[in-house]
Design a protein around this ligand. Structure first.
Ligand code: SF4
Length: 484
């Protein structure tokens, strides 16, 4: 399924010999809807393997979060559109069969197909992961089903899907013409199915019945196909779970799959390095930016100012965050030296300077460390006594959390109750997103008062907050400069 490097290929030659006669043909995707019954067989690179899965997980994570926030299916369909276009576009067949557009459409469907199977591998390993995957994938299927409203592609999918459903032919349509059109005058495509497979429609008397068959128009088949999709996926995941042990010998895939299965929302590394529109920062500007920081970073900053020091993991979490918002290493050293005002110069240079430079990839293994995601902060290096790192929504007591929220101006009873409920249900980043919407409610008003996409990292929180307040002003200045 993915391309092997030469060294590895030699090592698995004996296993490959068993499949010598196997010829894999490229798959065709006549419709963008997919039941994912046939596993992919063509080669892809390891980079594609990981990136495609990350893109799908970003979409599934957003769906899961929207559900936690009680969004209706209609709201999910509208709000997920932008993210789908960015990460997992799936365009309909071009009208005139333009070969170039057709190739692009096939490439999109291939990515959709492969990414589904990769994430299925990662999420088959526990009952909880299987349940979450099935749930989010089923919602995604419903989103796509809705996008195909009234199209020939949906009809083709139904015909090719392998479900026991027969399209009502022209002759029978004419014979039943009056009856069917009086029930649903706009429908041209009708399918026959055994009546007990659509019990809801039968109970509501919404379908025509004859000889044990229900006559269902395409527009009413959504819930039937949703159930079919869910049941097939549940069964397929059980089978995948049983086959997983045979993967253990593959040391290229296991680390990637382990990483992917950490969670829907933990793998979005791209967002953590996105440049901010704020540009290069100076050390003396940090205090003025505090209102744009999420609670975790406000807490670190305030403790740093209070104690004139921070313990190791707090320094690391805050350094990487500041690096992500545009603080250069030179300015970072000025910032930390000033903040550690009670620490003598030689002690600072001996004990701390190296670590700050290390975080910027200038010492030791010279790795360019990325700012931490919420998932990493929530799950790694739990803070002990006297430590201030971590996520206040998870690692502070409720009383302390309410005090911290109060210090950022969040005191309204309604929002505090909401936060308490989310924290009790361990939905920490949802609570943080609600706080964001509360703090930025004036700026979000033109957007319906809601974030368009869930925030998954402290740096995203900062960028969105800062851009909401300042983005408009900057654009006005740019426009003014351009017009001069
Ligand atoms: Fe920080 Fe993320 Fe926790 Fe918000 S949810 S406080 S951004 S770690």
């Amino acid at each position: 399924m993915f391309r092997q490097d030469t060294k590895r290929a030699r090592a698995v030659n004996s296993r490959k010999a068993n499949f010598k006669a196997t010829k894999f043909t490229p798959q065709e995707y006549p419709s963008r809807l997919n039941f994912y019954t046939v596993p992919p067989t063509a080669e892809i690179t390891l980079d594609e393997f990981e990136q495609w899965a990350i893109d799908r997980l970003r979409v599934l994570g957003e769906i899961e979060t929207m559900q936690m926030r009680n969004r209706s299916q209609k709201e999910i369909e509208t709000e997920i559109k932008k993210l789908l276009d960015e990460r997992l576009p799936l365009n309909p067949n071009p009208v005139l069969g333009d070969p170039e557009k057709m190739a692009q459409v096939q490439a999109e469907r291939k990515k959709d197909h492969y990414s589904h199977f990769i994430v299925r591998l990662a999420f088959a390993r526990s009952e909880d992961l299987r349940r979450r995957f099935t749930n989010a994938e089923t919602v995604l299927f419903k989103v796509r089903w809705a996008q195909d409203e009234g199209t020939k592609e949906r009809v083709d999918f139904i015909k090719e899907s392998g479900v026991n459903m027969e399209q009502v032919g022209e002759e029978e349509l004419q014979y039943l013409g009056g009856t069917l059109s009086s029930m649903n005058p706009k429908e041209k495509d009708w399918f026959k199915v055994e009546w007990d497979r659509v019990p809801e429609l039968v109970a509501q008397r919404r379908v025509f019945m004859k000889a044990g068959m229900a006559y269902v128009p395409v527009s009413m088949q959504g819930s039937f196909f949703e159930t079919e999709f869910r049941e097939r996926l549940e069964k397929a995941l059980e089978l995948t779970a049983r086959a997983l042990p045979s993967l253990d010998e593959d040391d290229r895939l296991i680390p990637i799959l382990n990483h992917l299965s950490l969670g829907f929302s933990s793998i979005d590394s791209a967002a953590t390095t996105a440049p901010t529109s704020i540009g290069e920062l100076r050390a003396d500007q940090i205090d003025s930016l505090l209102p744009y920081f999420p609670l975790c970073m406000q807490s670190l900053h305030k403790n740093l100012r209070k104690d004139a020091k921070l313990k190791h993991f707090g320094r690391l979490q805050y350094t990487l965050f500041l690096k992500g918002i545009g603080l250069s290493i030179d300015e970072a050293l000025v910032f930390w030296k000033t903040a550690f005002k009670n620490t003598p110069d030689d002690k600072f240079n001996k004990e701390y300077r190296y670590n700050f430079r290390h975080s910027y990839g200038l010492e030791g293994n010279r790795r360019n460390y990325k700012p931490k995601t919420c998932q990493q902060i929530l799950t790694e290096n739990q803070p002990g006594p006297q430590e201030n790192h971590g996520c206040p929504f998870r690692h502070s007591s409720i009383d302390s959390l309410i005090l911290q929220l109060g210090s950022m101006g969040v005191t309204e009873r309604g929002i505090i109750e909401n936060v308490k409920r989310d924290v009790e249900q361990k939905r920490y980043h949802i609570a943080c997103n609600k706080v964001f919407e509360h703090v930025r409610k004036a700026e979000l008003k033109p957007l319906g008062g809601r974030l368009q996409e869930t925030i998954l990292t402290p740096n995203e929180y900062f960028e969105k907050s800062w851009n909401l307040v300042n983005g408009e002003k900057i654009q006005q200045v740019v426009k003014k400069e351009e017009s001069q």
